[in-house]
Structures are given as structure tokens and as C-alpha cells.
Write a protein that binds this ligand. Structure first.
Ligand SMILES: [Fe+2]
Ligand SMILES: [Fe+2]
Length: 170
């Protein structure tokens, strides 16, 4: 880890901490000015960070990923996070079904929050696959190979953990 990469990583940690703190206060409803504070943080800090990445960091990463990386790794990281959400939601549901007496508003609120977060993550994930992958796939992969890929995806779905789900849905 170099000093600069460590600086970027630390900045990410700081942004995450601040974001989580804002979201927590927004959810609690304890501070009426918190919504504005959150938007201000997003406009003043988060967006400039993203713009800086687009300007200087991503162009370098494009080259590195092309030559040394695995470009789809970020999407697999999405899948990893999606699986983790599904596991947490599934645990929460089982808990609610088994023990009616421990069912509480707080637990339901946690379930609802996780479901909303997963929803946002999935929206973005589908959007990335639809906009960044499928146009290239449709344009540059032969029809025979495309059919083969689809067949293998179905095969994977039959043997994988989420076999009742079509793979293109997540
Ligand atoms: Fe970033
Ligand atoms: Fe996916």
C-alpha cells in the first residue's frame, strides 16, 4: 500500500463514516436540519470526490485494469454484497416466523432498511449490467457464442445456491 493509495482509502473511510452518521441522524428524526446537512455533505464532499476520481483516478485505472486487472471483479463484489444482504434478510424473516414473541418494531425496521438498501444496490447492479455489459456483448459476441453463454448461465443457475432464480435477474 503506497502513501497515496492509503490517502484515498482513508478518505473513503472518512466519507463512509460521515455518511453513516448523517443517515443515522436522518433515520432517528432527532434533528430537523439533518436532511439539509446530508444533502450539503453529498454536494460539497461526495460529488467533488467522485468528480476527482472521474478526472484523474479512473483514467489510470482503465489502463491498469485492461493490462493487469479483472474488469468484472467489481461486479462480482456486488454479487458478494447481494448474497450477504439476502442471507441477512433471510435470517430476519426466519426469526420473525419462528418466534412471534420476539417480533418487534425495531426488528421489522431493520428488515425494511436492509430490503431498501438491497433494492438500491440491485437497481444499480442491473443498470451496470444493462448499460455497460449487454451492449458490448450483443455487438461483439457471435450469435452462436451468445446462445452458448445463455445455456451455461441456465446450467449455473440450476446448480448454484439461487437455482430457482434466473441468473440474469441478479
Ligand atoms: Fe471513491
Ligand atoms: Fe449480476
Amino acid at each position: 500500500m503506497t502513501q497515496v493509495s492509503e490517502t484515498i482509502r482513508r478518505h473513503h473511510s472518512a466519507l463512509r463514516r460521515t455518511l453513516r452518521a448523517h443517515l443515522k441522524t436522518v433515520r432517528s428524526g432527532s434533528d430537523p436540519g439533518e436532511r439539509e446537512a446530508l444533502v450539503e455533505f453529498l454536494v460539497e464532499e461526495l460529488i467533488p470526490h467522485a468528480q476527482g476520481e472521474e478526472l484523474a483516478f479512473y483514467p489510470v485505472m482503465d489502463e491498469l485494469l485492461r493490462d493487469h486487472g479483472t474488469p468484472t471483479r467489481t461486479m462480482s463484489l456486488d454479487h458478494e454484497r447481494i448474497l450477504s444482504y439476502v442471507a441477512r434478510l433471510s435470517r430476519a424473516t426466519r426469526h420473525r416466523i419462528r418466534g412471534k414473541e420476539v417480533r418487534s418494531g425495531a426488528r421489522d425496521a431493520t428488515f425494511d432498511r436492509l430490503a431498501l438498501e438491497l433494492g438500491a444496490l440491485l437497481e444499480l447492479h442491473f443498470d451496470k449490467e444493462n448499460r455497460a455489459y449487454l451492449p458490448l456483448f450483443a455487438r461483439l459476441v457471435s450469435p452462436e457464442k451468445q446462445t452458448g453463454v445463455l445455456a451455461r448461465m441456465h446450467e449455473g443457475a440450476e446448480h448454484g445456491p439461487g437455482r430457482r432464480q434466473h441468473p440474469t435477474r441478479a
